[in-house]
Design a protein around this ligand. Structure first.
Ligand SMILES: Nc1ncnc2c1ncn2[C@@H]1O[C@H](COP(=O)(O)OP(=O)(O)OP(=O)(O)O)[C@@H](O)[C@H]1O
Ligand SMILES: [Mg+2]
Length: 243
């Protein structure tokens, strides 16, 4: 991302965001409510248009695509950049397996058989192999959110955007969801995650970015951000999480 800017009704809520995310990196966005974390993620998934600046998406060959170009293939970008929200948004009338098979067969041209096999493997991976036939309302919040992650992974994204995926969960269920996120590193998927889970950000991210008022105030490895913040605003924000 280069100098990304976004305003709503004349108020700038992203004020020149520069951020580079490498394959396999977990980048956590932290910051107060209203600092711009969700807006940033939504711009990356083309759910919002940006007013200025560029988002480059590089493929394995190194070729870069400007995804903010108005002529871009939006569905093509969304296949490469998945997003999971706080509310699980599973299709309630479809079984867990059907939830996972739908997009790959409809939008990515994968055969039913291949999509099914991949879905079952992903369910195994998120610890829900036995829930393939269940409907979302029969699952706990943590289970639903793991299905939502598996559903995003079923599209084989290169980048996964996660917006507060644990904030609607019972604290006891947070760990099981975050364990799935930790496992993504091994696949080379880049993860950009807005979170209020400071313990997770410290333990599992490669880079932490602290946002305030639409700007990245400070960015660096978690040890730096949490143990030796350079900006007084970072220190003040983090102090709220220590009691
Ligand atoms: N669709 C919208 N229309 C108008 N203003 C918006 C819209 N979406 C977000 N905003 C404003 O943009 C700013 C950034 O909001 P955003 O949702 O990105 O914050 P956030 O960091 O995700 O906060 P939280 O931690 O509460 O989720 C806020 O001032 C918000 O009110
Ligand atoms: Mg938000």
């Amino acid at each position: 991302m280069e100098q990304l800017r976004k305003s709503y009704h004349g108020t700038e809520v992203l004020r020149g965001i520069d951020l580079t995310v490498e394959p396999g990196q977990v980048v956590c966005l932290i910051g107060a409510s209203g600092s711009g974390k969700s807006t940033l993620l939504r711009c990356l998934n083309l759910l919002e248009t940006v007013d200025d600046g560029t988002v480059w998406l590089a493929d394995e060959s190194g070729a870069e695509q400007d995804v903010t170009d108005p002529r871009v293939d939006v569905d093509g970008v969304r296949r490469r950049v998945g997003i999971v929200f706080q509310a699980y948004n599973l299709f309630p009338h479809l079984s867990v397996l059907q939830n996972l098979v739908l997009a790959p067969t409809r939008a990515a041209g994968v055969s039913r058989q291949a999509a099914r096999e991949r879905a079952l493997a992903l369910l195994e991976r998120v610890g829900l192999a036995d829930k393939a036939g269940a409907y979302p309302d029969a699952l706990s919040g943590g289970q639903q959110q793991r299905v939502a992650l598996a559903r995003a992974l079923a599209m084989d994204p290169e980048v996964l955007l996660l917006d507060e995926i644990t904030s609607a969960l019972d604290p006891l269920l947070v760990g099981e969801v975050l364990d799935v996120v930790k496992g993504l590193r091994a696949d080379g998927i880049a993860v950009v995650m807005a979170t209020h889970e400071m313990a997770f950000a410290r333990e599992a991210s490669d880079v932490v970015a602290f946002l305030a008022d639409g700007e990245i105030v400070e960015i660096g490895p978690p040890e730096q951000l949490f143990d030796a913040p350079r900006d007084p605003r970072t220190a003040a924000f983090l102090a709220r999480f220590r009691s």
